[in-house]
Design a protein around this ligand. Structure first.
Ligand code: ADP
Ligand code: ASP
Ligand code: MG
Length: 591
């Protein structure tokens, strides 16, 4: 008998009526012939209220006790859901995370799932029960309760679907699917009929709060089709699978993280090892860094900027200020009023000019870009927070995301996905372990650097317009705010276009009084490909550290969920490849 996992989010079980409505959906699925597992979140804003209550008692509560507290929210709703199903004349049994056999590591409040023992669930299903599973929680080997991080019930649901080899995982929520951007922020947003795993992963990490990003890692890794749909209607929803909605548009969606903060470590002595020290200490304290931009060294010193979630800023500053002193940096500055806006699309890798289009749209609205990082399927910019929603709306319009794109042809699931996944799963110790599919080297690129450019709206747009006019294909782009209102920008181009790119930028640099463009005619770009490269927060710091140990400087870096790129000096590529392959040997499953 096929198994169906359904998940109901907080708003979908906010009161007795809604719990009964969710119960009817579970019963309906059982009547259609499925064995049904229903994952539920805490009712309404319960988790927020519990967090608030904890803070009133202790502003810095022990993480273990926090998990003890937060897990109660889901325990209430599973019991009520089981009661609802009983009242409607069907059999149901509720389980907590521990009873479900969801084993996690001991990182309280952000635990990762190691394994799921499905015996008890299967037995209950075989006896005809609808199984009601508490979302968002698990238990350690020492029987301590853990939670998976905010929004983690999605991850419970997809993980259960994977462990039970369910046919589909249905996510019932308060929107009728995944939209091109958050419909609460941008009313023109359009529901997508489909979205691919990689796009959804990037969107979720870029701020599309509709799905917990780690749930999509599970979905991709274990090939679970996820169907996001409304709790309150029978609309068709959005299917998340290996297939995108369209193969012809460059961008499928946009997202924003409104509460980011930028930290800059100024005047870092330009020696391999200093960046590594900063990022490894942050990741050791479990602080995830997001955009990372390192400017070129001047006078033997570089500025390193990165962003973190605003709520993690105080902790990040504590770590960074201490490290800055130790490595002899000049100081630390930060900006708390910034937000990140990203566009995502599988199609952008094949189409030139996508970044340019985004920058131009923002320039036309006079929105200043404080930082830029790009990877193959994502472009992110940092803007002032009070312009963020306007920026999101602007890029949404620039890529005409409100219009239905030409639909991709129906494709059969690629055979190798199933085969490769089975091999990968066979090697996994823990279900959420880092998996790296390959590490590769590209020795065909050059890097152009513009420094001292005035930090004004429209400059990025102008740079890339000049470059695009000469039909030069730009690959990676990074930009960060520098000192005294001057910005620094680097981008890579094919080696054959290097001179042309310099020539394209020269008149513009002269006109605005910036330094002449400089760069390296030959760089090496190393790419680490996998899943969850960002949610495993130490991948970037391990990369920095490994390269530093071999005295290799990282000139540019960009991180995304599915790819981490680093640029080093051209003659260091082979060596960098070797040491990275050694460092990640355990996680690397060269397919
Ligand atoms: P649940 O409680 O069901 O887990 P969430 O609040 O976590 O629900 O997620 C649903 C919300 O996600 C929506 O109400 C919507 O405002 C927000 N959201 C953000 N980005 C998107 C998007 N791209 N598509 C749909 N909803 C989105
Ligand atoms: N109740 C938890 C939260 O609010 C988990 C979830 O709803 O997914 O974050
Ligand atoms: Mg949610």
């Amino acid at each position: 008998m096929a198994i169906l996992v359904q998940k109901f989010g907080g708003t979908s079980v906010a009161d007795a009526e809604k719990i009964l409505a969710a119960a009817r959906k579970a019963i309906r699925a059982q009547k259609q012939g499925y064995q049904v597992v229903t994952v539920v979140s805490a009712m309404g804003h319960t988790t927020d209220h519990l967090i608030e209550l904890a803070r009133q008692i202790n502003p810095d509560p022990p993480a273990r006790e926090m998990d003890m507290l937060l897990s109660t929210g889901e325990q209430v709703s599973v019991a009520l859901m089981a009661m609802a199903i009983h009242r409607l004349g069907h059999r149901a049994i509720s389980f907590t995370g521990a009873q479900l056999g969801i084993r996690t590591d001991s990182t309280h409040t952000k635990a990762r799932i190691r394994s799921i023992q499905t015996d008890r669930i299967r037995q209950a299903l075989d006896e005809g029960y609808i199984v009601i599973a508490a979302g968002f929680q698990g238990v350690t080997d020492t029987a301590d309760i853990t939670t998976l991080g905010r929004g983690g019930s999605d991850t419970t649901a997809v993980a259960l679907a994977a462990a039970l080899r369910a046919e589909t995982c249905e996510i019932y929520t308060d929107v009728d699917g995944v939209y091109t951007t958050d419909p609460r922020l941008v009313p023109e947003a359009r529901r997508m009929s489909r979205v691919s795993y990689d796009e959804m992963l990037e969107l979720a990490t870029a701020g599309a709060g509709v799905m917990h990003n780690r749930s999509i890692e599970f979905a991709k890794r274990f090939s679970v089709p996820v169907h996001v749909r409304s709790s309150f209607s029978d609309m068709p929803g959005t299917l998340i699978s290996w297939m995108p909605e369209s193969r012809s548009v460059p961008v499928c969606g946009a997202a924003a993280i409104l509460k980011e903060a930028r930290v800059t470590v100024r005047g870092v002595p330009d020696q391999p090892g200093n960046a590594a020290a900063i990022f490894s200490r942050l990741s050791a304290r479990n602080i995830a860094t997001d955009m990372i931009v390192q400017n070129v060294a001047e006078g033997g010193r570089a500025d390193i900027s990165f962003t973190v979630f605003q709520e993690e800023l105080p902790a990040a500053l504590r770590v960074v200020e201490e490290t800055a002193r130790e490595i002899g940096a000049e100081g630390v500055s930060y900006d708390e009023n910034v937000a990140k806006v990203s566009v995502v699309g599988l199609g952008m890798a094949k189409q030139p000019g996508v970044a340019q289009r985004m920058f131009q749209a923002l320039a036309d609205k006079n929105i200043n870009i404080l930082m830029i990082t790009t990877s193959e399927i994502k472009i992110s910019v940092l803007v002032e927070r009070d312009r963020a929603i306007e920026a999101l709306r602007t890029v949404h319009a620039a890529f005409e995301l409100d219009k239905e794109p030409p639909q991709a042809e129906e494709e059969a699931r690629p055979e190798e996905i199933t085969n490769d996944r089975d091999r990968i799963i066979g090697r996994l110790q823990g279900m959420e372990d880092l998996v790296i599919e390959s590490i590769c080297l590209d020795e065909t690129q050059a890097c152009v650097t513009l420094s001292d450019i005035p930090d004004r709206p429209g400059l990025a747009a102008r740079v890339f317009r000049q470059v695009a006019e000469r039909e030069i294909v730009v690959d990676m782009i990074v930009q960060s705010v520098g000192r005294d209102g001057k910005a620094m920008m680097s981008f890579t181009v094919p080696q054959s276009s290097y001179e042309a790119a310099l020539a394209a930028c020269r008149p513009f640099c002269q006109e605005i009084g910036a330094a002449l463009p400089a760069g390296r005619p030959r760089v090496a770009k190393l790419s680490i490909l996998g899943t969850g490269l960002k949610s495993h927060i130490d991948v970037a710091s391990r990369t920095f550290k490994t390269l530093a140990q071999s005295q290799i400087n990282v000139e540019m870096i960009s991180t995304s969920e599915v790819r981490l790129n680093v640029v080093t000096a051209g003659d260091k590529g082979r060596q960098a490849l070797t040491v990275l392959r050694q460092e990640f040997a355990e996680e690397l499953v060269d397919l």
